[in-house]
Design a protein around this ligand. Structure first.
Ligand code: IMP
Length: 405
């Protein structure tokens, strides 16, 4: 059996998954997304050229790799169209290598309105992309799916019912403008070309790929602590960001996932509201934000920064059965005189172990033995605490600034 690898975030998202997926997808036949939507933002830098992907799997940048958006993803067709156009401008080809599950739930403009008005009351700090309301409709068994574009008459009725339902909520609960269901239907039909070109029965092609021994990379979005079940509820996203999400979001049993790479920054960040026990409000936090360029790839919002929380990391490694740890953005710590990691909690407050900073440049180092001794001590402590080897360490944003052990 070919080796199939899952890559997922172990924190609150933005761990640098895009770069690692991009690195590994060169030697992988297929890359699949299984959850989330265009709330994600994966930044990849190749030869100084930056590409930000929100929906399309990061494998698209390698021309021999096929890409699939699985049924677990909520799909905004306008965002997908824009992303395809941008990539085509960079001479990326899509024919016979890009597929979207017919069972994807579609995000409608009324989902976006609901997301924004709800967040004003609920203060989760969502990305405002309609993700939560779209997943609500999926679970409520009233969602519009990608396959519905194939039956316009039926679609029209479904849109009338769903947008009618959204309008009642918008008007009565939130005193907000409503949406015209005919306009929503017409807008959806403008994406008929996407349906004709890319819509597939993903269960069927997954079955074929697995049985033909293709190697598959499953690309997670967001992170474990944002998981709807295992995250810091209610300050979470609305999908299963953890390993279990692969099986439901693509229709692949767990025995076909052989390697699980969990990604963590060398420190911690979070966008939006919610608990963050190791958050820093001092100069160290500001230094991490500046050096790490900690602004959301999707919304541009500044990310909250803090020390690495090994208690949470250990739990995330367990939840996902992580086999390999990947530590990213080590170089961001280069100028820190002192580095802390949380190793316990007492009355809800983090207890830290302190390390001396290495105060030397690690950016671009590709060989573990060339790291400063103090950086090695830091990495080795993390490995011992969480009982998992750090087999990949990222020392900069570019493809080649990576240590593989
Ligand atoms: P939603 O996914 O837009 O509903 O947002 C719910 C929470 O997840 C908010 O705190 C967002 O900031 C966070 N979130 C969603 N997507 C990402 C991501 O890709 N990176 C980091 N945080 C995210």
């Amino acid at each position: 059996m070919a080796e199939n690898t899952l890559i997922l975030g172990l924190q609150w998202g933005d761990e640098g998954k895009g770069k690692i997926v991009d690195n590994l997808s060169e030697s992988t036949d297929i890359v699949c997304r299984f959850q989330g939507g265009h709330n994600a933002g994966h930044t990849i830098k190749v030869n100084g050229d930056k590409t930000v992907l929100h929906l399309i799997p990061s494998g698209i940048l390698h021309q021999n790799t096929k890409c699939l958006i699985g049924n677990g993803v909520v799909l905004a067709l306008d965002a997908l169209q824009k992303e395809i156009e941008n990539l085509k401008e960079k001479k990326i080809s899509f024919s016979n290598r890009f597929f979207v599950s017919s069972a994807c739930t579609l995000i409608l403009p009324s989902h976006i309105s609901l997301d924004k008005v709800k967040d004003k009351k609920e203060s989760i700090g969502t990305t405002g992309r309609g993700i939560g309301p779209a997943y609500e409709d999926k679970i409520g068994r009233r969602a519009i799916r990608f396959c519905d574009l194939g039956q316009p008459e039926i679609l029209k009725k479904k849109v009338q019912t769903l947008v009618g339902y959204h309008n009642k909520l918008l008007e009565n609960l939130y005193d907000h403008d409503t949406h015209d269901s005919d306009a929503v239907f017409n807008e959806l039909m403008e994406f008929k070309d996407l349906y004709e070109e890319y819509c597939v029965d993903s269960q069927e092609i997954m079955f074929e790929w697995i049985n033909n021994d293709f190697s598959i990379l499953f690309e997670g979005a967001q992170g474990t602590l944002l998981d709807i079940d295992h995250g810091t509820y209610p300050y979470v996203t609305s999908s299963s960001t953890t390993a279990g999400g692969v099986s439901t979001g693509l229709g692949v049993g767990p025995k076909f996932i052989n390697k699980i790479i969990g990604i963590s920054k060398a420190y911690t960040t979070r966008v939006g509201e919610g608990p963050f026990p190791t958050e820093l409000f001092d100069e160290s936090g500001a230094l991490l934000a500046k050096k790490g360029n900690e602004f959301g790839a999707t919304t541009g919002r500044p990310r909250r920064c803090g020390w690495l929380d090994l208690v949470l990391l250990k739990k995330a490694i367990f939840i996902n059965s992580v086999t390999d740890l990947c530590i990213t953005k080590l170089d961001v710590l280069d100028e820190m005189e002192e580095i802390n990691v949380c190793i316990n909690y007492e009355n809800g407050s983090p207890i830290y172990k302190s390390f001396e900073g290495w105060l030397t440049k690690t950016e671009g180092i590709t060989d573990f033995s060339k790291l400063p001794e103090k950086a090695k001590i830091y990495i080795q402590f993390i490995e011992q605490f969480v009982k998992c080897n750090a087999s990949i360490i990222s020392t900069g944003p570019s493809r080649n600034q990576t240590i593989i052990r």
